[in-house]
Unconditional design. Structure first.
Length: 261
């Protein structure tokens, strides 16, 4: 024969907690609950944003978004902008590295991606055979160096690379920022993205900058980008170990000019 066992109601159970302590515990529980809810909502929004941006990316960027960490752009202070001029350097493109689709000016200060197709170019071990890319002659193993590049339209990857970057392969691994030997800022019609080792970080701010300034501080391990010489866009932080060469991947019909800041 079954028996019903009467379970005492919660209010009948004696809890040895003083009212003051109980109020404190309730307050802490409430705060933790709110924090948990906020974190869950922020995480859900971040994941939704990452998926949406990956679906809307250009055909060149069909890679999983491994990190999407918006970092607000900050305007340059006048003193900072003036300080950059102290580290200005003169660059020239290295024609030995230029892909056949890229036409360099006579003084090697301008590179244009021809829409008419590749030109016949002599074979060279330094040349990018299948990647729309060119490096600069000048490399840096120490010190601070600042340079600016002017773009006709926002479709390019601008950055630096070690000399050992792949040059003969097909595919994206030869592009600056798509391997562990290089770092780049991608500019396109929709957004800015920072790339290293094939991993993308979305950069806050608009991508329509006609001139991009780049400051390399080798000893500090920083590579900082400036939009139109006024707005700090992004900074990489890395312990550099080899000589770094400025590099440009240039989209079809786009031209890039090395400027005097």
């Amino acid at each position: 024969e079954s028996r019903l066992v009467e379970v005492p109601r919660m209010k009948d159970i004696q809890v040895d907690v003083t009212p003051n302590l109980q109020e404190r515990l309730s307050a802490v529980t409430d705060i933790l609950s709110r924090l948990s809810k906020l974190v869950s909502e922020d995480l859900e929004k971040a994941l939704s944003t990452a998926v949406g941006q990956d679906k809307q990316g250009s055909p060149q960027d069909k890679r999983p978004v491994l990190a999407v960490v918006p970092s607000p752009a900050a305007p340059c202070h006048p003193a900072e902008k003036e300080g950059l001029s102290e580290y200005c350097c003169t660059l020239t493109f290295d024609p030995r590295t230029a892909n056949g689709h890229l036409l360099l000016s006579q003084e090697n200060l301008r590179a244009e991606h021809l829409t008419s197709g590749p030109r016949p170019v002599p074979a060279h071990e330094a040349r990018f055979d299948h990647t729309w890319q060119v490096l600069c002659f000048q490399g840096f193993k120490h010190g601070r160096h600042y340079w600016e590049m002017e773009l006709s339209k926002p479709w390019a990857y601008l950055g630096v690379t070690y000399e050992g970057i792949p040059r003969k392969e097909k595919g994206k691994r030869c592009m600056v920022g798509m391997n562990d030997l290089s770092w780049s800022l991608q500019l396109d019609e929709r957004q800015l993205s920072a790339w290293h080792n094939g991993r993308r970080e979305t950069v806050a701010g608009h991508s329509h900058h006609s001139r991009i300034g780049i400051l390399l501080d080798y000893e500090a391990g920083t590579l900082t980008y400036y939009g139109d010489g006024q707005t700090r866009l992004h900074a990489f932080h890395c312990a550099f170990t080899q000589e770094l060469f400025p590099a440009c991947w240039i989209g079809e019909g786009i031209s890039i000019t090395l400027c005097s800041p």
